[in-house]
Design a protein around this ligand. Sequence first.
Ligand code: HEC
Ligand code: HEC
Ligand code: HEC
Ligand code: HEC
Ligand code: HEC
Ligand code: HEC
Ligand code: HEC
Length: 367
Amino acid sequence: MRYTLIVAITFIASFVTSAVDARYLKYKDIHSSSDFIRSSCRACHAGSRMNRSITETCLQCHSNDMKLEKAEKKKLLSSDYRILRDILSADISEALGKTYNHPVGEARGVHNPFETMPEDDSRTPRHVECTDCHNAHLMKKERPYAGIIGVGKGGMTGVQAVKEYEVCFRCHSDSMNLPVSQTNKREEFDEDNASFHPVVTEGKSTLVPSLIRPYRERAIDDGDISIIKCSNCHNNDDKNRAQGPHGSKYQFILSDNYSLQDDVDERPYRYELCYRCHKRSSILSDVTNFTHSLHIKGDILTNRRGTSCYTCHDAHGSKEYTHLIKFNEDVVFRNPSTGEFSFTDKGDFTGECSLMCHGSVHNPKSY
Ligand code: HEC
Ligand code: HEC
Ligand code: HEC
Ligand code: HEC
Ligand code: HEC
Ligand code: HEC
Ligand code: HEC
């Protein structure tokens, strides 16, 4: 009975698409594990089509305990599923319900499994489904992105995704329909840039004294982490619930609080995201000679308040300058007499700025 069903589904689908991929039958992947999922195909399919939207299909099992019991009653899951409770009770619908989220399932009928990404037409509506980031047939423990056709670091399309960023670049790099508030992430993390956070490859700097272990400029000892992922910063704000960039209470789906504001007091919570990997006491004690403390905390004598990391740094990368320097142009302006607007790296822990900020003309100012 089960065999006939498989053959029937595959036959009908291949008839329709002619490109159907039988690869998933060869692998013992997560969703074909009959230990937990009974009648694998029927759990998600009714006949040759999805019996409900993709989101609803997935949330039958990746939602709360009540849904799980229902799925067991409907004989989608075997009773052994309880062993996997911590995986299955990672409540994705709760995460997606947070204020800042991936709008999964909102653009209905736009996604199709054979689409080419990034979008090459600016009129194509933006969309995102669970299956844009997870391939239900092919994903495996050791290759969670197996089956996702991603975009490589050089902009190459059609890449079988291995790294998480190759999945993200499908929609956050060269898409012609990027919202105006967004920039091309592939370009920001490009290895030829003057600096970048080490997502695609190890960073340019070998001297980042504020780093908190296990984060390190280069991986030398066992356990050192010199490459980070988008989801190290874009993740659920709740570390005990479903992990992944599904949703967060913080803007930009950030895992921790990060204020972009100028003219504020410094508090650990304000720059919590950065202080998770960069020791606050190190940053504020000016170990690089640069007057971080004065800029971030402000100056009681002149009655000036501080400014955000965002005023000087880009959390992704900087084409032009080392040390992730990219000025926030709402706060930092050209030097009014020379018209200059620049940072110059003069070697380890020395540099100078020519610009104007908070009315202070840097003509230039060096450290
Ligand atoms: C965990 C849920 C799940 C299970 C189990 C599952 N599928 Fe799918 N299947 C999907 C989803 C979701 C899509 C749509 C993929 C997309 O839109 O990117 C799909 C698409 C398909 C397609 C269309 C083309 C393609 O490859 O994307 C075929 C054919 C198919 N499934 C056959 C099967 C067969 C046969 C089985 C049993 C061996 C099976 N599926 C088990 C979720 C599942
Ligand atoms: C019938 C229940 C069921 C449905 C429907 C289902 N899953 Fe799963 N899913 C499971 C089970 C069971 C596991 C764990 C398997 C294991 O660890 O061996 C799992 C694991 C996963 C994992 C890996 C989690 C981890 O921590 O490694 C992801 C991601 C996932 N599913 C996504 C999806 C998506 C996307 C869909 C919809 C296309 C979907 N699932 C539909 C039962 C289901
Ligand atoms: C924008 C891409 C994206 C979308 C859309 C997405 N996920 Fe995820 N998901 C991820 C990433 C990345 C991770 C892994 C995070 C990590 O490495 O810890 C993840 C993790 C998971 C996990 C494991 C959670 C845990 O705590 O271990 C499950 C289950 C899951 N996703 C299911 C889903 C389902 C179901 C949907 C649709 C309702 C969905 N995801 C939509 C990117 C996505
Ligand atoms: C299939 C397309 C798709 C994929 C793949 C995808 N996203 Fe998104 N993402 C979207 C859409 C659609 C939005 C809503 C805003 C928009 O249109 O960009 C969004 C929003 C975001 C936002 C919030 C942007 C803002 O302005 O507040 C972040 C951050 C984000 N995604 C990160 C990621 C990360 C990290 C990955 C990889 C794990 C990823 N995305 C993969 C489509 C995608
Ligand atoms: C070190 C932390 C960090 C990492 C790693 C990171 N981001 Fe971000 N991201 C941020 C912060 C902080 C913001 C909000 C401020 C800003 O826009 O610069 C942001 C904003 C965004 C936005 C919305 C605004 C914009 O700039 O377009 C998107 C989309 C996004 N990130 C995607 C990604 C993707 C995709 C990756 C991985 C390839 C990634 N991010 C890696 C911290 C990070
Ligand atoms: C998940 C950990 C992580 C988080 C979160 C993080 N960083 Fe980093 N950061 C790193 C690592 C690893 C390096 C080392 C890269 C290198 O060696 O070039 C680094 C390097 C840097 C550098 C020096 C780059 C250079 O080329 O000199 C700056 C500046 C920086 N981070 C700022 C920030 C800011 C601002 C935030 C908050 C928005 C932040 N970081 C959040 C891990 C992190
Ligand atoms: C007024 C501009 C400015 C502000 C605001 C600023 N930085 Fe920096 N930051 C710099 C400059 C310039 C350097 C390069 C110093 C050098 O030459 O090594 C730097 C270097 C760094 C480094 C690499 C060296 C190290 O100490 O590990 C990190 C990490 C860093 N900043 C994090 C932050 C964080 C986190 C914040 C916010 C809490 C912040 N910065 C606010 C200008 C700024």
